[in-house]
Ligand binder design. Sequence first.
Ligand code: DAH
Length: 344
Amino acid sequence: MSELNTQLRELRERFDAAVAAAQDAQALDAARVAFLGRSGEVTLLRRGIGQLPAAERPSAGKEINAAVELMEAALQDAEAALQSREFEAELGMRIDVTFPAPPAALGAIHPLRRVTEDICRYFQRHGFAVVLGPEIEPEYYNFDALNIPADHPAREGFDSFFLTGNLLLRPHTSPMQIRTMQQHRPPVAVVVPGRCYRRDAVDARHHFQFHQIEGLLVDRGVHFGHLKGMLTGMCRELFGRDQQVRFRPSFFPFTEPSAEVDTTCPLCRASGSPCRMCGGSGWIELGGSGMVHPNVLRNMDYDPAEYSGWAFGFGVERMALVRYDIDDIRRFYENDPAFLKQLA
Ligand code: DAH
């Protein structure tokens, strides 16, 4: 019994020395094989158990097992220490922590957001509130309340995406005129930026999703001159101080009279020369506008004899194309960092 003890202690000492001396995984493995391998020293010791008196065999077996457990743990510790040493050596070799880092890529504000924010800021300065509305609307807000009855051909002109029931993806931001007037008594003065959807085939000038900005002012004594003044100011803020605005007679069911709004082409300055932006006409179309139709006011329980108002709805993409001299609307949705950076 004590002889086995001595043998084990002597074996452990040599094993510990071999492990401590191992400089790499190979050396560690050699120690494992020499002591704990199938024909290693511990196996030889185990074989000696058979020659002991039967009564001593169980405790001898236990002692050897306990020693093996300790040896295996020591091997694992040594292995882990070796690996972290190797890892650190690798880090030290390959990574120069003093090397200058590449500059972090800076994001840029999207041109559509920029145009939207500039317009909102302009109107806010003049006392308007910015409000947002749902992109899914019932037909009531999209059409009925805006004086477009169910059988009116203007409904078809909106080429809407219909969802279940009477819900659709809003084809314009005008429904927010109704929601605003439902919630507030006059005076109301709001602008409504937002995404809209229409069943349009995608090309350089059209997309099935686009953005509009809506404006609505209702109060006593509001007239067309106020509209012209505000829109002229808006165009000068967006495109430059010499901008002019003109109105062309048009039709919208929710305004009377109605007009299309044009502004002078900022690219050719209406010089009459051939221009890829305005086609030489000197004018850029921004969208629709007009005096709020009495039927719409009545739908909201506003008395048309007491109150009048104007409204407009402009395409944000159109204004951004012109402002940044871009030739294709699809560029706004491609998320090309080079394109966005160029406009930053
Ligand atoms: N909602 C119209 C459209 O998308 C544009 C429009 C025209 C809006 C006249 C208005 C307006 O507020 O008064 O075609």
